[in-house]
Write a protein that binds this ligand. Structure first.
Ligand SMILES: Cc1cc2nc3c(=O)[nH]c(=O)nc-3n(C[C@H](O)[C@H](O)[C@H](O)COP(=O)(O)OP(=O)(O)OC[C@H]3O[C@@H](n4cnc5c(N)ncnc54)[C@H](O)[C@@H]3O)c2cc1C
Length: 402
């Protein structure tokens, strides 16, 4: 076992959990190294609050090096650009690193190309990265000086619907606080076939509950709809109708990193690594992928394409499955851990400003035994508490905690 090298690409939810879980499984006999483009952990679920000044970037981040070093994991800031699958090494901007086992946890990039007018210097904001959320906040402050109508949406191919709903309800809450609620028309636009589909096929009573929430907040929904393009102050939809706005935020689809997209033997055309339920690559036993970097197939097709939300909870579970299997491989034992994405429980808290919804289901994807949505102010309190707990847990590297 001594001297085996585990190389992890990416240091956020998936990479941090996988690297530290391998270290905890095998102790100090194994050499664990993380190479990540960002040298900070970013707690993306709280990006929904950043534009309103409820959080600062420093509230949602911590430096990775200290956490990894405290657990005997070598951390390198660098960007992976190519993997040599036969020579078992990875080219990065910080050098070339060899591995015996590789974990790919390089997450997502925004894919703005699906809608002309989205993206940097485009005509609508997004909140899916720290920089995006900072800009969405600058836009929000300008909006407060010149209020008008608002469109919040999730484009065709988007999968992170929870963030779009959370931002929508937080915008509604902020409008009320600013005394603007009655003056601003708020429209929610989604590629989902129905409200509350969430990219996971919906949950019992989800559509009616979301419908009630939107009605109460006087939000106009448009579902099953694509966006054709976004001009300055005007969004043109797939059916030709135009929505004028003073402020718009659109969640775009995610894709995997380009260096993976360039490896068809490993990844699909979106750059997601094809995996088994062990989180090993379909073709390479020594290569794993976890979190958003792992491909997930869904058992449906929708009129307007929707993606699947690979949230933090399944990302951590995938990382633990991968870590247990790497430990087994290193010890020369049979693989012990199997868990398909669709069979993992769904656990999510959707914030609505001062209210929210707790989403629980026995399986992420149908067919399910049960699923439930629990609305109420306790969901908002839970999200606040969860943020503090999770950042504390990750910063200290306590990845064995739930
Ligand atoms: C706005 C928003 C709200 C969300 N809300 C929730 C929520 O409420 N609950 C929930 O469970 N989930 C939520 N999610 C989803 C959650 O953030 C993801 O599940 C999680 O980020 C996935 O982690 P990951 O490690 O797979 O990928 P990422 O978080 O994308 O991390 C990828 C890491 O890889 C690094 N990297 C990228 N490319 C390279 C490269 N070439 N070489 C080396 N390193 C690289 C990056 O710097 C980063 O550190 C939300 C996401 C967003 C965007």
């Amino acid at each position: 076992m001594a001297g085996k090298r585990v190389l992890v690409l990416g240091g956020n939810f998936g990479g941090l959990t996988a690297a530290l879980a391998v270290r905890h499984e095998l102790g100090r006999d194994v050499d664990v190294r993380v190479v990540s483009m960002s040298d900070e952990f970013v707690f993306n679920p709280s990006l929904i609050w950043l534009p309103f000044g409820k959080r600062r970037p420093s509230d949602l981040t911590f430096p990775l090096a200290a956490t990894f070093e405290a657990h005997g994991v070598n951390f390198v800031k660098g960007e992976a650009s190519a993997i040599d699958l036969t020579g078992k090494s990875v080219d990065t901007t910080a050098g070339n690193y060899s591995y015996d086992y590789l974990v790919i946890a390089t997450g997502y990039r925004n894919n703005f190309s699906v809608v002309p007018g989205l993206g940097p210097n485009g005509n609508a904001y997004t909140i899916t990265t720290m920089n995006d959320a900072i800009q969405a906040g600058e836009g929000w402050r300008k909006f407060l000086n010149h209020p008008g109508d608002i469109v919040i949406g999730a484009s065709q191919g988007a999968g992170c619907f929870g963030a779009a709903y959370e931002y929508l309800f937080n915008v509604s809450h902020q409008l009320r606080k600013a005394g603007l609620k009655s003056r601003v028309k708020l429209t929610f636009l989604s590629s989902e076939p129905f409200l509350g589909h969430f990219g996971i096929g919906g949950l019992p009573h989800g559509e009616s509950l979301l419908g009630m929430f939107l009605k109460k907040e006087r939000i106009t929904p448009i579902v099953n709809m694509s966006i054709d393009h976004v001009d300055e102050g005007r969004m043109v939809l797939g059916d030709g109708q135009a929505l004028d706005f003073s402020y718009a935020m659109v969640v775009p689809p995610f894709v995997g990193q380009d260096f993976l997209k360039a490896m068809p033997e490993l990844a699909d055309d979106k750059g997601y690594v094809r995996v088994r339920d062990t989180y090993q690559s379909e073709s390479y036993d020594d290569v794993y992928a976890v979190g958003i970097a792992a491909q997930v197939n869904v058992p449906w097709q929708t009129a307007v394409p929707v993606g699947v939300p690979k949230t933090g909870f399944p990302t951590e579970r995938m990382a633990h499955v991968a870590a247990r299997n790497i430990a087994a491989q290193i010890k020369g034992e049979p693989l012990v851990s199997h868990e398909a994405f669709g069979d993992m429980p769904a656990v999510c808290v959707m914030d609505a400003g001062n209210n929210g919804v707790i989403i629980l289901a026995d399986k992420a994807l149908p067919p399910r035994g049960h699923g439930i949505l629990i609305p109420g102010p306790q969901a908002h309190a839970m999200k606040l508490a969860f943020e503090k707990y999770f950042i504390w847990k990750a910063r200290h590297g306590y990845v064995g905690l739930p």
